[in-house]
Design a binder for this molecule. Structure first.
Ligand SMILES: C[S@@+](CC[C@H](N)C(=O)[O-])C[C@H]1O[C@@H](n2cnc3c(N)ncnc32)[C@H](O)[C@@H]1O
Length: 259
């Protein structure tokens, strides 16, 4: 009997160690563990959504009107308390560098979530620049509005609620604008390629427009990469980095539209 219990205990420990190892080293396991299992468990125990927990932490930890303080609060919460799908501090530095290099007048973001990358972009924009961000989840958009308000950035950002495929064709008319200088692509990965093609069809790209796509390695957007790396209409460059708040390989792709 003791031998059976010992064998079962050893088996359970081995299984646990295997899961921990896979979660720490494999992107698909890490995303499943943090984005499904742990998030649902916390939602159940707290009676709140993860975006609401992030909002409450920002409101309690970040100085009102201070975007850098709000960004640090989100990073601190997501690195130490619970993971979330923001671009994060490390890839955020690549995003910052691209924003500063492009000095865009018009920026489009696909996928707002809680507004973390929106804050990173908005705080670096030159005077008079506009950032339009699209989010299809009404609850995430409500949270993002409150976080942007707390950070003092809500007047610089136009947050539109809806699916990118429906909103992109309306942008020119809605904002009386011609083309975007910078587009941060960070929504569901299967939409990267169709939306890049839609942006082309809608005439929203000009020679020199920069497309920066997150998570092209984890979870990955292979059809998008295949397109921008092989189309003569783009000059594309890969930036290796790690998945937000984890030691898992990821990357960003910067693609300049050539016309
Ligand atoms: C990875 S999160 C964005 C993270 C955010 N850019 C950041 O770094 O803080 C992806 C978001 O895109 C939204 N989304 C996914 N597909 C979309 C679509 N087709 N149109 C608009 N939003 C979409 C999801 O609801 C989710 O909030």
């Amino acid at each position: 009997m003791l031998q059976v219990l010992l064998a079962v205990g050893m088996g359970a420990l081995a299984l646990l160690l295997f899961v921990v190892w896979r979660v720490r080293t494999d992107g698909a396991w890490a995303l499943w563990w943090h984005d499904n299992y742990l998030e649902r468990l916390r939602d159940f125990t707290s009676g709140q959504s993860r975006p609401m927990r992030i909002l409450q932490f920002v409101q309690s930890a970040a100085a009102p009107g201070d975007a850098n303080s709000a960004i640090c609060a989100v990073d601190s919460y997501c690195a130490n308390v619970e993971w979330a799908m923001n671009v994060g501090d490390k890839k955020g530095q690549i995003l910052d560098a691209v924003v500063l290099a492009v000095r865009p007048r018009w920026v489009l973001e696909l996928g707002t979530y809680c507004g973390y990358s929106t804050m990173r972009i908005a705080r670096l924009l030159p005077p008079g620049a506009r950032l339009v961000t699209l989010e299809m989840n009404q609850h995430y958009a409500q949270v993002a509005k409150q976080i942007l308000g707390h950070a003092g950035l809500d007047t610089q950002v136009d947050l539109l609620v809806g699916a990118s495929s429906a909103l992109i064709p309306q942008l020119k008319k809605k904002f009386e604008m011609e083309t975007f200088d910078l587009i941060f692509i960070d929504h569901w990965k299967a939409s990267y390629l169709p939306d890049a093609r839609l942006l082309e069809e809608c005439g929203l790209l000009a020679p020199g427009t920069v497309l920066l796509a997150d998570n092209v390695t984890c979870p990955g957007a292979p059809d998008y990469l295949q397109y921008v790396r092989n189309s003569p209409r783009y000059r594309s460059e890969y930036f290796p980095c790690q998945l937000e708040y984890l030691q898992v390989e990821d990357g960003m792709e910067k693609s300049v539209f050539l016309g």
